[in-house]
Design a protein around this ligand. Structure first.
Ligand SMILES: *[C@@H]1O[C@H](CO)[C@@H](O)[C@H](O)[C@H]1NC(C)=O
Ligand SMILES: *[C@@H]1O[C@H](CO)[C@@H](O)[C@H](O)[C@H]1NC(C)=O
Ligand SMILES: *[C@@H]1O[C@H](CO)[C@@H](O)[C@H](O)[C@H]1NC(C)=O
Ligand SMILES: *[C@@H]1O[C@H](CO)[C@@H](O)[C@H](O)[C@H]1NC(C)=O
Length: 278
């Protein structure tokens, strides 16, 4: 026969009390402390507790500034070159080595998102029949902006260089304009430290246009861009009446940007660590 429950009451509830200064109270305190402190210490010592850097993806807003500095080494004779730039002061310094090339450039927004994705750059250098190009050095200047966390506004460059023992007819290059960070960016604010021209185009001094000086000053910066993976293709066999051609494509890729997280992001991260470590 199934029983019917008439009455029930919970198990006996018993309190054990001890004085605040007793050994039992001390033991309770020690146990409580051991519950919370070691995980914190372990988390802290493992360096995983406070977020020190973080990263995000952003495609920079890059525009070619239509500023160029170009030097072609002419062989086979020693130490001869032709040069041209968009800086009149530099051109005045070149005298009879000045040779004005024909430039055509086009920036392209392939995915129609309002940001340029690549630059097509073409330079045609007219030559005398006796002149042969055995090397080129080319500086292209860009304005480069990031907006997603802190706003970074800078002027940067791509440096293209190629030398060959065999005189060329055409140089083809295809690479990326990559961000190079020596320092974390801030999580907010405006950074215009490097919103200065890479080449001081107003200077009348030759030393200010010396490639080694330009590059040395540029590499003192903590945030720069470099032309990476240029994949140069040097074509030979130029007909005497044709110009030397540089054909370059420079991509503006999406970058992984390292930054210093803000206070609330650090607290949020520490909180999550604490919950998961316990
Ligand atoms: C460049 O970075 C170094 C190390 O992070 C820093 O000490 C220096 O102040 C930075 N320079 C500028 C101009 O911000
Ligand atoms: C950066 O420099 C350019 C020209 O040198 C100037 O027009 C522009 O306002 C500057 N941008 C910022 C955010 O300072
Ligand atoms: C550029 O050069 C001129 C002349 O030497 C100098 O006065 C000026 O301060 C320089 N500008 C920069 C940005 O260095
Ligand atoms: C430059 O290279 C592009 C390919 O990226 C090609 O379509 C174009 O015809 C080349 N221009 C010359 C002058 O060779």
């Amino acid at each position: 026969m199934a029983g019917v429950e008439l009455f029930s009451h919970p198990a006996l509830y018993t309190r054990y009390r001890a004085g605040l200064c007793s050994a039992a109270a001390l033991a309770l305190l020690v146990i409580t402390v051991l519950t919370y402190v070691p995980p914190l210490l372990v988390a802290y010592r493992s360096h995983g507790f406070w977020l020190k850097q973080s990263a995000y993806l952003e495609q920079p807003t890059v525009r070619f500034r239509y500023e160029v500095l170009f030097v072609a080494t002419i062989g086979p004779g020693p130490d001869s070159f032709l040069a041209w730039s968009t800086f009149p002061a530099f051109n005045r310094l070149q005298e009879d080595r000045l040779r004005v090339p024909l430039l055509s450039t086009r920036e392209e927004d392939k995915n129609q998102d309002g940001k340029m994705d690549q630059l097509h750059f073409k330079l045609e250098l007219p030559l005398q029949p006796t002149e042969h190009v055995v090397g080129v050095q080319l500086i292209l200047l860009f304005s480069y902006k990031l907006y997603r966390m802190s706003t970074l506004v800078m002027q940067s460059m791509a440096f293209l260089q190629f030398f060959s023992p065999v005189p060329g007819s055409q140089l083809y290059m295809n690479g990326d304009l990559k961000l190079n960070q020596r320092q974390l960016l801030n999580h907010c604010g405006l950074d215009t430290r490097y919103n200065v021209s890479v080449v001081n185009g107003t200077s009348p001094f030759a030393s200010d246009y010396d490639l080694t000086n330009i590059i040395a000053a540029y590499w003192d910066r903590n945030v720069t861009t470099v032309f990476s993976d240029p994949n140069p293709v040097w074509m030979t066999g130029r007909a005497t009446d044709t110009p030397f051609i540089i054909n370059a494509t420079i991509h503006y890729p999406v970058e992984v940007i390292l930054y210093q997280p803000g206070f609330w992001e650090i607290i949020k991260f520490a909180w999550i660590q604490l919950i998961y470590d316990k």
